[in-house]
Design a protein around this ligand. Sequence first.
Ligand code: S3P
Length: 435
Amino acid sequence: MRCEPAERVRGRVQVPGDKSISHRALLVGGLAPGRTFLANLGDAADVAATVALLRAVGVEVVVRGPGEVSVFGRGRGRWSSPAGVIDCANSGSTMRMGAGALAGHPLQAVLDGDQSLRRRPMARVAAALEPLGAAVACQGEDGRPPLRVTGLSRLRGGVEVSPEVPSAQLKTAVLLAGLAADGPVTVREAAPTRDHTERLLRSVGLDCATVLDGGPDGPRRIRLVPGEPEPFGLRIPGDLSSAAAFLALAAAHPRARVRCEAVGLNPGRVGLLEVLRSMGAAVEVEAAAAASGEPAGTVTVGSAGLRAVTVGGSLVPRAIDELPLVAVLATQAEGTTVVRDATELRVKETDRIAAMTEGLRAMGATVEGTEDGWVITGPTRLRGALVGSLGDHRIAMALAVAACLADGPTTIEGADCVAVSFPGFFQTLGALVQG
Ligand code: S3P
């Protein structure tokens, strides 16, 4: 993909349905006995992988229109063994959260994925589900996929699980498995992560309580009382992680104003907005009505002189997928930005620390990759270059933002991987830069 520098960046954007909520709504719908209706389901390739998982275990999913699907859930414990290997493609969410959902059924399933997914750590899912008595075996080297799940219709309750890293995917795997337990299941998290699953489970009639053990940013415990979800109807909000690229571009570009409508504003997802504000950007948020307990609203960001920041600690899980964009913003900010405590970036779809260090360096930025983040000094006038997405959708989108800020054309290799989360990304970007 060839990207030209942007003269200006203006307009309104409607992004596709939230990917994280889409996965969860599909899986919970598949566990509910009867028809669940979802609107504004994300059109991401990752979400399609979760639809394929459901179909493989006998859950009928019928597409009614763009973003509209009916899920004919079979109820708790009623999924059946798939005929072949379940292909999770590039989707870590499908593999990890799917393993949890599968664990509470009397079945055998093998989950596999593409080259990138085959390099991602899965022993953490096996470890998180083990206390419930679910057998999850990593068949690849060193705890990598494929994953073999041997489920049971009744799992062990009365257990407390502390996943080895703060991860919403691991928490969700435990909670979805916990629906089939014979007593309450508690997950402890050292730092809060997105709580879409907890909100959705509550909205479908289940008892899922959060106990704070040290303020809103501190450790917490989530306690689920097992049960069967009720079928539900849900309109999924727009994906803030997809809107993020445009919001970051609007803050860093000298002639810009972007309005993103109807996006989800879950407290575990808004870290980028906090970072933008501390960098000096004007971020306007107009709250809208919540749907199934998820806050949503319109976010507007315009040009600002940016200053350097330090990002670390409990802010990291709230901004995890947006940190490549923070690296781009840092190249335009006055001073030295430090991103730390983000070692998890090394085990995402690619090593995102290395990928952004390489891409931004090729564009002339002063960036050093550290073990757990970056040290970036700005502002730098970026220059157009040949850069690589390394097959990672978030890297492709972050480098496209950098390209819009550069002083010559940039070619992004492998940019079609944006379809993993946002197939229409380049069309939407194109409309904004001509706006
Ligand atoms: C996600 C959680 C995060 C995030 C991923 C989506 C989710 O992963 O990076 O893109 O939907 O729960 P981890 O749980 O591995 O931190």
